[in-house]
Ligand binder design. Structure first.
Ligand code: FAD
Length: 559
C-alpha cells in the first residue's frame, strides 16, 4: 500500500507505548482502564472524530450504500406499486428496483449503469394481519425487528414483536433482524442453524410481476420455490404469508478459546471443537462438521463462531444456544438474561461500541507497521476490545437469536463477503478450514483487523438459495469494518475469495461477489428452470440490472 494517510492519534499511541512497557498484568489492567476512560472522555473522542461525532457516524453509515440514488417512491398500496411497474413496462427503458433496509451491497439493489431507474422503498407499505390463529400475512416492507435506521420502524410495528405477543415465533433468524421481510427472503438470508430455518415458515408470496400483474405463488409449486430467492428479478414482493411456530425462549453460552493450545472439552484448557482435523482428537470433542450437522448433540441447535486470526490473538469466540423446553417456571415468567455483545455502560452498549470503533481504526493503522512490538500492542487491543466474552444468556427467541442486533450500523458499520460450501463429512470441513488457516498465517493483510464468522445453515427449498440441494453447509463470512482509514473492502474481499479458487462455493446474494463469479447450471441444479420462470415473470427485463445480468448470465432481451 502506498502512502496511506495516517490520521492523528498520537495521544492513543502514547498510551499504547505505556502499555507495552508495563511490567505485570496488574499494571497493564490499570493502563487499559485508564485508556478506556480516556477513550470515552468526550474531549479525546471528539478530537479523534472531529468536532461533530454524530455527523461523522452518520456519514459513515452511508458508506455501505453511498451509491444508492435518492428514493423518490414510497408507495402505500399495491395499486400504486402496480402503476409504477406498468409505466416502466410500457416505457421499455426504465429499471425498477426495491430497497428494503439497504443492508445488501448497493450492486445487489440498484443499477449503477442505467440512468433511468425508479427506486422504490416499501417503508410505507408495512403491516401484519393474522389470517388465522397461527398464520400471518405480512406486507413486504415490514421489518423483522426494529430497524434503527428507519424512522418509521419501532418495536410495536416490528413483525417479530407482533407475532410473539400472540404467542408465535419464527424457527430461526439471522444474526441481525433489522431487515425487511422482502429483502431478507430475496437474498436467501438465514441464521446459523442446520435444524431450523425461517424459509420453511413461508407458505405464499404475493408478487407484482414485470407486466404489473399480481400473482400469488404458493407452496409447493415451482414458481413459489423459484421466486423465494430471486433478488428482485421476478417482480416486487408485496406480501409474504407465514405459518408460525409456538414461541419459545433460547438459552446458551459464549466462550472464547485459543486455537493453538490443543483440543479439550473444557474451553479453558483447549479448543472444544476440532476445527482443523487433529490426529489425536479426544472423543468428547466434536469435529466442526459434527458440531454443525448435529448441533443438538452439543447444545448448539443455533451457533456461530467468530475467528480472530490476528498474530498473537488467534482465538475463536463460540456462541451457541438451544431452545428451552418449558415456557415458564411454575407459573412465573421465564427470566431473561440477554446476551451482551459489548459491556454495558450506564445500561447501554453504545459507549463501548464507540470505543471499539476507535480501537478498530487504530488497529487498521497499526497493522501497517510491521514489527513485533506493534503486533503485541495490536493483540492487546483486540483482546481488550473484542467485547464481552464468557457468558451465559437466556432470552426470548427474537432478542436472543439475532446476537448482533444491538451492534450499531452507524458506529460499527460492516460489509461482508460470504461463501457457502457443501460439506459431506469432516474431511470437507477440514480442507476448507485448513485452507483458511494457511491464508491467515500469511500476514496482517489477510487477517485484517476484524473477525471472520463461521457458521452453518439448513438445506433450502428455494432454488437459488446458496443452500439449495446442500444437506450440510459451512459458511465463511469475512467482515470488513467500513470505518477503516486505509484499505478497500472490495480489494480485501477479492483476496479472501481467491483463497478458495478450485473449491466449489456459492456466494451470499446480498454481500460482495467476486468479479469472476458467474452462476450456471453447474452451481445450481435448477438454474435453467429458474431462468425460464424469470423470463415469464419479467419478459421486458424491467427488473434486470447490469450487475445481475453479469452474475446470473441473463442475456439481453431478444427484440
Ligand atoms: C450487519 C449485517 C448483518 C447481516 N447478517 C446476516 C445474517 O446473519 N445472515 C444472512 O444470511 N445475511 C445477513 N446479512 C445480509 C442481509 O440479511 C441481506 O443483505 C438482506 O437482503 C438485507 O435485507 P434488506 O431488507 O436490507 O434488503 P435490501 O438489502 O434492501 O435488498 C436486498 C435485495 O432484495 C431486493 N428486495 C428488497 N425488497 C424487495 C421486495 N419487496 N420485492 C422484491 N425485491 C426486493 C432488493 O432489490 C435487493 O436485490 C447481514 C447484513 C448486514 C449489513
Amino acid at each position: 500500500m502506498s502512502n496511506p494517510k495516517v490520521p492523528d492519534i498520537q495521544w492513543f499511541e502514547d498510551s499504547l507505548k505505556e502499555l507495552v512497557k508495563a511490567k505485570d498484568d496488574k499494571e497493564k489492567t490499570s493502563i487499559i482502564d485508564k485508556l478506556r476512560t480516556e477513550l470515552f472522555n468526550l474531549e479525546s473522542t471528539k478530537k479523534f472524530l472531529g468536532e461533530n461525532a454524530a455527523k461523522y457516524f452518520e456519514e459513515l453509515s452511508k458508506k455501505r450504500n453511498e451509491k444508492l440514488p435518492a428514493i423518490t417512491n414510497y408507495p402505500e398500496t399495491e395499486e400504486e406499486i402496480q402503476k409504477i411497474v406498468e409505466e416502466a413496462y410500457k416505457d421499455g427503458n426504465t429499471i425498477v428496483r426495491v430497497v428494503g433496509s439497504g443492508h445488501s451491497i448497493s450492486d445487489a439493489i440498484i443499477d449503477k449503469e442505467n440512468k433511468k431507474i425508479v427506486l422504490i422503498s416499501l417503508k410505507k407499505f408495512n403491516g401484519v394481519e393474522f389470517i388465522s390463529d397461527d398464520t400471518v400475512k405480512v406486507k413486504a416492507g415490514t421489518h423483522l425487528n426494529q430497524d434503527p435506521q428507519d424512522d418509521t420502524s419501532n418495536l410495536s410495528n416490528s413483525l417479530n414483536y407482533i407475532i410473539n405477543e400472540r404467542g408465535y415465533a419464527f424457527p430461526d433468524l439471522g444474526g441481525i433482524a433489522h431487515q425487511t421481510v422482502g429483502g431478507f427472503l430475496s437474498t436467501g438470508s438465514s441464521g446459523g442453524s442446520s435444524k431450523y430455518s425461517l424459509e420453511e415458515s413461508v407458505i405464499s408470496i404475493n408478487i407484482i410481476n414485470g407486466k404489473g400483474e399480481l400473482k400469488e405463488l404458493t407452496r409447493p409449486n415451482d414458481d413459489f420455490f423459484a421466486a423465494g430467492v430471486s433478488m428482485g428479478l421476478f417482480g416486487i414482493i408485496t406480501y409474504v404469508t407465514f405459518k408460525l411456530n409456538p414461541n419459545y425462549y433460547i438459552y446458551g453460552s459464549q466462550v472464547s478459546t485459543f486455537v493453538d493450545e490443543g483440543l479439550n472439552s473444557d474451553y479453558q484448557k483447549g479448543c472444544p471443537i476440532d476445527l482443523f482435523g487433529s490426529t489425536n482428537k479426544p472423543q468428547d470433542v466434536p469435529s466442526l462438521y459434527d458440531f454443525f450437522a448435529n448441533g443438538s448433540n452439543y447444545d448448539a441447535e443455533y451457533s456461530r463462531l467468530l475467528w480472530w486470526p490476528q498474530t498473537d490473538v488467534n482465538r475463536f469466540t463460540i456462541w451457541k444456544a438451544k431452545r428451552t423446553e418449558v415456557l415458564d417456571l411454575k407459573g412465573f415468567t421465564k427470566p431473561t438474561a440477554p446476551y451482551l455483545e459489548f459491556n454495558e455502560i450506564l445500561g447501554s452498549q453504545i459507549p463501548e461500541q464507540i470505543i471499539a470503533h476507535i480501537a478498530y481504526v487504530a488497529l487498521n493503522i497499526l497493522y501497517l507497521i510491521d514489527d513485533d512490538t506493534t503486533r503485541k500492542i495490536a493483540a492487546l487491543i483486540l483482546s481488550f476490545f473484542s467485547g464481552v466474552v464468557q457468558q451465559a444468556f437466556q432470552d426470548i427467541w427474537y432478542n436472543g437469536l439475532p446476537m448482533d442486533d444491538k451492534v450499531s450500523d452507524t458506529i460499527l458499520p460492516t460489509t461482508f463477503t460470504e461463501l457457502w460450501f457443501q460439506i459431506r463429512n469432516a474431511d470437507d470441513t477440514n480442507k476448507i478450514m485448513n485452507k483458511l488457516k494457511d491464508y491467515f498465517a500469511s500476514g496482517d493483510s489477510a487477517t485484517g483487523n476484524n473477525a471472520t464468522e463461521i457458521y452453518t445453515t439448513k438445506k433450502s427449498e428455494f432454488w437459488l438459495s446458496p443452500s439449495y440441494d446442500y444437506e450440510n453447509v459451512i459458511r465463511i463470512d469475512f467482515f470488513y469494518f467500513l470505518g477503516n482509514k486505509v484499505g478497500d473492502p472490495n480489494e480485501f474481499f477479492e483476496k479472501c475469495c481467491k483463497v478458495f479458487d478450485g473449491f466449489e462455493y456459492r456466494c451470499h446474494w446480498g454481500k460482495y461477489i467476486p468479479d469472476n463469479y458467474k452462476v450456471d447450471v453447474n452451481k445450481y441444479s435448477k438454474y435453467n428452470q429458474w431462468m425460464a420462470i424469470r423470463e415469464q415473470m419479467d419478459p421486458n427485463q424491467i427488473f434486470v440490472t447490469q450487475y445481475w445480468r453479469k452474475v446470473l448470465n441473463i442475456e439481453p432481451q431478444k427484440k
